[in-house]
Design a binder for this molecule. Structure first.
Ligand code: PMP
Ligand code: GLU
Length: 384
């Protein structure tokens, strides 16, 4: 009865555990939420006010299916100015979250069984989107010894004539690792030598970088604009997860084809959300305030976990996720996360659905008091 491609889909572990955690909190349980894949900050007032004004003006009708021209123009300007991706190489479409940008891109590019190279550990939705789009996923293993960064030589070995897409995600969910421009150039050299390969570069955490690091967009590297689809959105940078604003930017031919998918599946993204995003993108201060707070929280969580000899936390370079090695405890990640939640009311995501055993993903998008409480409870859990 059910399409086998749909029947084969896994539940989203991140959304499932986040929903369970929120339910426990609603029931009045004192849960420390290290599971959340969203900032705990409220959407800034100047963004909400822009949305109110849009409703009052009656901006409540369909917009063009690929987004309001003013928003697309503002995004193209942002990509040119902040990301050095020249406007003439980029068309932009506005999508229902970065999630739908990724899915639309995969649907547009993949012919049946073409391969998608996905560095592992990966964000949980990539494999399922690839399945739905009819492609074949080829995981590219990343190792702690190489700080969970792509080994260019291994990437080269993984490419075959069927390889169509390489997914990059940096700063990375779940590892918090990012790449320097030199490291990206090494990857670009391999992409350049493989004619049929496109890069789908998920840069949704670009604004959340620590220790003074800066972000280089893959499409800004020489020769890569023609081969790269850039994905980004407003969920993480502006605490707008529920507004569902994402975008896909890339060469006109591909984006033109992708536009037809939007016209026939979503019609357009909610007009109010688009007006909110147009206000958000003008911001010059809010993100850096959030980034500074998150950096302090990262330091707190990292230092707290380091005190426990059985845990080896990786220090996040970006995002709000800390990837923690729990192999010394001898417990697998799913059991560890489940027992930590039931025994100590601390919620984390096991790394197994990210394609990596022996680790937990811990989000520090939660207040400092909660982080301290969570660290103490993990200590009590480990003692047992
Ligand atoms: N990419 C990554 C790596 C993510 O962690 C997320 C999390 N939501 C998304 C894309 C999708 O974001 P959204 O659909 O909320 O814009
Ligand atoms: N991307 C976030 C996470 O990894 C939100 C949940 C989701 O969309 O998967 O937790």
């Amino acid at each position: 009865m059910i399409n086998p491609k749909v029947a084969a889909l896994q539940k989203s572990a991140t959304l499932k555990i986040t929903a369970q955690t929120k339910k426990l909190v609603r029931e009045g349980r004192d849960v420390v939420n290290f599971a959340a894949g969203e900032p705990d900050f409220d959407t800034p007032d100047f963004i909400k006010e822009a949305a109110h004004r849009a409703i009052d003006r009656g901006e409540t009708k369909y917009t063009p299916s690929t987004g309001m021209p003013a928003l697309k123009e503002a995004i193209a300007e942002k990509l040119a100015k902040e990301n050095s991706i020249p406007k003439e190489h980029q068309q932009v479409i506005v999508t229902s979250g970065a999630k739908y940008a990724l899915y639309t891109a995969l649907l547009t590019l993949l012919a049946p069984n073409e391969e998608v190279i996905v560095p592992a550990p990966y964000w949980v939705s990539y494999p399922e989107m690839i399945k739905l789009a009819g492609g074949t996923m080829k995981p590219l293993p990343l190792t702690a010894e190489r700080s969970f960064k792509i080994d260019p030589a291994l990437l080269k070995q993984h490419l075959t004539p069927q390889s169509k897409v390489l997914i990059l995600n940096y700063p990375s969910n779940p590892t918090g690792v990012t790449y320097s421009e030199d490291e990206l150039r090494e990857i670009a050299a391999i992409v350049r030598a493989h004619d049929s390969l496109f890069v789908l570069s998920d840069e949704i955490y670009e604004k959340l970088l620590y220790d003074g690091r800066t972000h280089t967009s893959f499409a800004a590297l020489p020769g890569m604009a023609e081969r790269t689809l850039t994905v980004n959105g407003f969920s993480k940078a502006y605490a707008m997860t529920g507004w569902r604003v994402g975008y896909l930017a890339g060469p006109e031919k591909i984006i033109g084809a992708a536009s037809n998918i939007l016209a026939h599946t979503t019609s357009c993204l909610c007009s109010i959300s688009q007006h909110a995003a147009l206000a958000a993108i003008q911001d010059t201060e809010w993100i850096s305030k959030m980034q500074k707070i998150l950096e302090q929280r990262r330091d707190l969580l990292f230092a707290g976990l380091k005190r426990y000899p059985k845990l080896s936390p990786c220090k996040p370079e970006g995002t709000f996720y800390l990837f923690c090695d729990i192999r010394e405890t001898g417990i697998d990640s799913s059991t560890f996360a489940a027992q930590l939640l039931t025994q100590q009311l601390v919620s984390c995501i096991p790394a197994e659905p990210f394609g990596q055993e022996g680790y937990l993903r811990m989000s520090f998008a939660t207040g400092e008091e909660q982080i301290e409480k969570g660290i103490a409870r993990i200590g009590a859990f480990l003692e047992k």
